[in-house]
Design a protein around this ligand. Structure first.
Ligand code: AMP
Ligand code: ZN
Length: 486
């Protein structure tokens, strides 16, 4: 069975059928770069990464675009406070997001368009909407979308728009609208916009684009008139995505996105994250604390995107142990003696790998149920460990099948890849450890237990953990701040 996704537009799980499997066109609403992205933003971005990787794993060609919002109320206000232009103010935050994305093992998307580079396209789009009678200018040179003129308005959010009419508040700067529900496509210039370089000339007057317009213009320009997938956090359904539909479909007459996926908001220690509650965590802070990036990634991935995800310190520790178990299993497989013919005692690794792959794919096909997919992987790990326990050696082909399965599933999950990076030690450290292990073995031969223990402690201080086994002493590096491992 193929991939099925819950499409917000139809409130139903549907088969995924891209227009061109060689080029699945995806647009994800990206960060507003006026500060460091928080852990909630990264739930959404790591989900984008999962979609990206899984579609490629299934053999699709993917064209994935994630924008950076560098001009809006927030970037303008922050740049003004800092006394610099929006370009100067936002640049370091854009760079930081990419660094943090890399640190969390995210694959790069194909393009990260910045809104300020697309103002010409935005002006063209506004002109098209004016020409089609879907927008109107006001005296001060702003342009608003006339939602009463667009038949499909409300189809994504299913808002009862008539009911919303009276309760709607009209922002002071939006004075002049025909209807309180109309939204700004273009905002007439204000002194503070000019001061931070956030003003452009347009046929109807100098000003700046509205936020919703930015995503329509970048999506149309870089992905196409009809996206296969449009992604974002659940807060964006209304008004942002509703307005993107009105703008894009109003201008092209074609469906803007076939499928809309929305990620449920992450909580922190059971609460909604907010600056006022003091539970606002950035990925930057976690990385600076020395928290394992693979553990952060694991926790962000651990729940299916439409389910609640509660980010906790205790959960991070559990995630760190889960990644350690995966790495340990991979190491064990690589070290396990190979030999003998026929299948191993008490179960076949190759057969377990086949089953794990099927279970993994079935879970991911079921609306990207990553919790189920991780379950399939850890079931395999348990079975694999039990088989290795019972078999002093296994056939080479069995071991290969197991290692290949781990590699394959990790193309989607990206956990081993990231964990390896963390466990990896530079050559100098490896040499030093080998030297200390040898000294310890010599001390043990002399029955100098005091010296042997001292060396073990010395290594532990550097995060190196020893394991004495029948085939000698092995060692591994554990993540900074991680639990001790027996
Ligand atoms: P922003 O930088 O606020 O424009 O948000 C960037 C992306 O993060 C959008 O897709 C938001 O919907 C998403 N987002 C914001 N807060 C959260 C949260 N707590 N959990 C998950 N996603 C979020
Ligand atoms: Zn957007």
């Amino acid at each position: 069975m193929g991939l099925r996704l819950f499409n917000t537009l139809n409130r139903a799980v549907e088969p995924f059928q891209p227009q061109d499997p060689e080029r699945v066109g995806i647009y994800g609403c990206g960060p507003t770069i006026y500060g460091h992205a928080h852990i909630g933003n990264f739930r959404t971005f790591v989900f984008y990464d999962l979609v990206h990787r899984y579609l490629e794993w299934k053999g699709y060609g993917v064209h994935f675009v994630v924008n950076f919002t560098d001009v809006d109320d927030k970037t303008i206000r922050a740049a003004r406070e800092a006394g610099v232009t929006i370009q100067e103010f936002t640049r370091p935050f854009g760079e930081a997001i990419l660094e943090e994305s890399d640190a969390l093992g995210m694959q790069r998307f194909d393009l990260y368009p910045r809104a300020t580079a697309y103002v010409d396209r935005m002006i063209e789009l506004v002109q098209a909407l004016l020409d089609r009678g879907l927008a109107y200018t006001t005296e001060d040179g702003s342009v608003f979308y006339d939602i009463s003129a667009f038949k499909g308005y409300g189809k994504l959010s299913r808002k009862d728009l008539e009911k919303g009419r009276t309760g709607e508040r009209v922002a002071a700067d939006e004075y002049g609208k025909d209807d309180a529900r109309d939204f700004a496509l273009w905002k007439a210039v204000k002194e503070e916009d000019e001061a931070v370089g956030a003003a452009w000339d347009a046929p109807w007057g100098r000003g700046r684009p509205g936020w919703h317009l930015e995503c329509s213009a970048m999506g149309l320009a870089e992905v196409g008139e009809t996206l296969d997938l449009h992604l974002g956090g659940e807060d964006l359904i209304f008004p942002h995505h509703e307005d993107e539909i009105a703008q894009s479909e109003g201008a092209t007459g074609k469906p803007f996105a076939r499928t809309w996926l929305h990620v449920k908001h992450l909580k922190v220690e059971g609460q909604k994250m907010s600056k006022s509650l003091g539970n606002f965590i950035t990925v930057r802070q976690l990385l600076d604390e020395g928290i394992s990036p693979a553990a952060i990634r694991h926790q962000l991935l651990s729940a299916q995107y439409r389910r609640e995800l509660n980010f906790t310190r205790a959960g991070l520790e559990a995630s760190e142990r889960a990644v350690e178990r995966l790495l340990d299993f991979q190491d064990r497989l690589m070290r396990h003696p190979v030999g003998g013919k026929g299948g191993p005692e008490g179960g076949s690794l190759a057969e377990a790998a086949r089953q794990a792959r099927d279970a993994f794919e079935a879970a991911m096909d079921d609306d990207l149920n990553v919790a189920g997919a991780l379950g399939a992987l850890f079931t395999f790990l348990n079975e694999g460990n039990a088989i290795l326990d019972r078999n002093p050696s296994i056939a080479g082909s069995q071991r290969e099948a197991a290692l290949e399965l781990l590699e394959s599933l990790d193309q989607v999950l990206g956990l081993l890849e990231l964990g390896r990076r963390e466990r990896e030690v530079d050559d100098e450290l490896a040499e030093w450890v080998a030297d200390r292990v040898q000294a310890r073995n010599e001390a043990r031969t002399r029955q100098d237990w005091h010296e042997a223990d001292a060396i073990r402690d010395e290594l532990a201080e550097k995060g190196i953990v020893l394991e004495d086994g029948p085939d000698g002493t092995h060692w591994k590096r554990v993540g900074v701040g991680s639990e001790t491992h027996g």
